[in-house]
Design a binder for this molecule. Structure first.
Ligand code: SF4
Length: 389
C-alpha cells in the first residue's frame, strides 16, 4: 500500500458504563473483562497495518472515539498512543483527541492524559438540563460537565470541544437556548451540535412508542438549529460544517479529513478506513474482533473499491457539509474535469431553488459552491441530487 497524503488514525473504544437510551453506536457495557485483550488486539492490528505499508504518510491526527474511550485506565490509552507514535510518522503538530464522558473523569486522569500526549479533549456534555440528561439516559449531571471542563483547563488542555444534542423529547426552545448560553459561558474552543435522531430498537424509541415521551417536531428542531447558528455566530464561534462551530484555528483537523474525503485508517471493532478509492470496515463485535486478531485472520470484513462515480458523489456530499463548500478549481484539479461537466443541470436547479450559492472562497483561488442557509436545513435533499444513477 502506498500512502503519500496526510493521514488520520481513528481508534474505536466500544465500551460504555451503561447504554444511553438513544444510543445506536457500536458500544457495549459490562465487558470490563475484555479491556486488556482488546487493547492488545488494537496494538496488534496497528502493527500489522504498518507492516503492510510501503511508504509512510504523515499522520496529522489521531482520534480516540467510542463508546467511551475515557472509561479505560490511562495506561491502556497511553499504550495505544505510544504504539501509534512509535510505528507511524506522526507530525509534531498532530491533533490528538480523546472523547470523554464527564462521569469517567477525575483531575488526576486528565493530567495523565495530557502528559501522555492527548492535546484535544471532546466532552460528551449533550445538555445542561439535568432532566433532559435523564431522558437521554446519560450517566452524568450538568455539574459534572462543569467540573470536567474546569479540570481540563486546570491541567492545560487548550483545545476543548463540547458535544451537544438538540431536539430531545420535552426540550423547549427556551431549554435549548439556556444550554447554548451555559456552553458558551464555559468558553470552549469547539462545539458540535447535532439534532437528535431516534433510531429503531433503542430504548428511547420504545419509550416514544409507548407514549412516555413525544418526539420533537421537525420545525422545532429546525428553529433550534437556526437559533444555534445565530447565537454561536454572535459569540464568534464560526460555523465551519453543518453541525460544527469553532474559534478560528480550532476546527477539528481529524473531522476535516473525513469531510474532505482524505485518507484515514481505523483500528478497533467496527472501525472504518478509507485509503484512496478503497474503503474497508472491521468486524463490529469486540469479541469477534479480538478472536480474529488472535487467530491471525483478516479483521476487516467489508472491502469496497469505490467506482469513479461513487468517489465523485461522496466527495461532493462531504465537501458540501463544509460551510465553504466545494472549491471549483480544486475540484477540477483533483478530478481532471469540471463539476459542471457532470452536474450542471442539478446545480442550476439547486441554485434557482436557493439551496446552493456561488461564493468567493475564503483563502483558496477560484469560486466556491456552497449551501445557503435554506440549504443547510435541507442538506439531505441537496445531497440526493448528486447520487449517481
Ligand atoms: S456514551 Fe455514547 S456510545 Fe456510550 S452509550 Fe451513550 S451515546 Fe452510546
Amino acid at each position: 500500500m502506498v500512502l503519500n497524503k496526510p493521514l488520520g488514525l481513528y481508534i474505536h473504544i466500544p465500551f460504555c458504563k451503561q447504554r444511553c437510551s438513544y444510543c445506536d453506536f457500536n458500544s457495549h457495557s459490562g465487558l470490563e473483562d475484555l479491556y486488556d485483550q482488546y487493547i492488545k488486539s488494537i496494538c496488534v492490528e496497528i502493527e500489522k497495518s504498518v507492516q503492510e505499508q510501503t511508504t509512510f504518510s504523515e499522520v496529522v491526527s489521531i482520534y480516540f472515539g467510542g463508546g467511551t474511550p475515557s472509561i479505560l485506565p490511562t495506561h491502556c490509552l497511553e499504550k495505544i498512543l505510544t504504539t501509534c507514535s512509535s510505528l507511524f510518522r506522526v507530525s509534531e503538530r498532530a491533533e490528538i483527541t480523546i472523547e470523554a464522558n464527564p462521569e469517567t473523569i477525575t483531575r488526576e486522569k486528565l493530567k495523565k492524559l495530557k502528559t501522555a500526549g492527548f492535546n484535544r479533549l471532546s466532552i460528551g456534555a449533550q445538555s445542561f438540563d439535568d432532566e433532559l440528561l435523564k431522558i437521554l439516559g446519560r450517566k452524568h449531571s450538568s455539574k459534572e460537565v462543569n467540573k470536567c471542563y474546569s479540570y481540563a483547563r486546570e491541567v492545560g488542555f487548550d483545545n476543548i470541544n463540547l458535544d451537544l444534542i438538540f431536539g430531545i423529547p420535552e426540550q423547549t426552545i427556551g431549554c435549548w437556548n439556556d444550554t447554548l448560553e451555559k456552553t458558551v459561558g464555559l468558553g470552549p474552543d469547539h462545539i458540535s451540535a447535532y439534532g437528535l435522531e431516534v433510531h429503531q430498537e433503542t430504548v428511547l424509541c420504545k419509550q416514544i412508542d409507548d407514549g412516555l415521551f413525544k418526539v420533537s417536531e421537525e420545525d422545532i428542531q429546525a428553529d433550534m438549529y437556526l437559533n444555534c447558528i445565530t447565537f454561536l455566530s454572535d459569540k464568534r464561534m464560526i460555523q465551519y460544517e453543518l453541525s460544527n462551530f469553532a474559534k478560528p484555528g480550532k476546527e477539528c483537523k481529524h473531522n476535516l479529513l473525513y469531510w474532505r474525503n482524505e485518507n484515514y485508517l481505523g483500528f478497533g471493532a467496527g472501525a472504518h478506513s478509507h485509503i484512496d478509492n478503497l474503503r474497508f470496515k472491521n468486524a463490529d463485535n469486540p469479541i469477534s474482533y479480538i478472536k480474529k486478531l488472535k487467530t491471525g485472520q483478516d479483521v476487516s470484513e467489508k472491502y469496497e473499491e469505490l467506482s469513479d462515480s461513487i468517489a465523485l458523489s461522496e466527495t461532493i456530499f462531504l465537501n458540501l457539509r463544509l460551510i465553504d463548500g466545494i472549491n471549483l478549481e480544486e475540484f477540477e484539479a483533483k478530478f481532471g474535469f469540471k463539476l459542471h461537466d457532470v452536474y450542471s443541470r442539478q446545480i442550476d436547479d439547486l441554485v434557482k431553488k436557493e439551496l446552493l450559492v456561488y461564493h468567493p472562497p475564503s483563502g483558496a483561488g477560484g469560486e466556491n459552491l456552497r449551501l445557503t442557509k435554506k440549504g443547510l436545513l435541507l442538506a439531505n435533499q441537496v445531497f440526493a441530487e448528486f447520487i449517481p444513477d
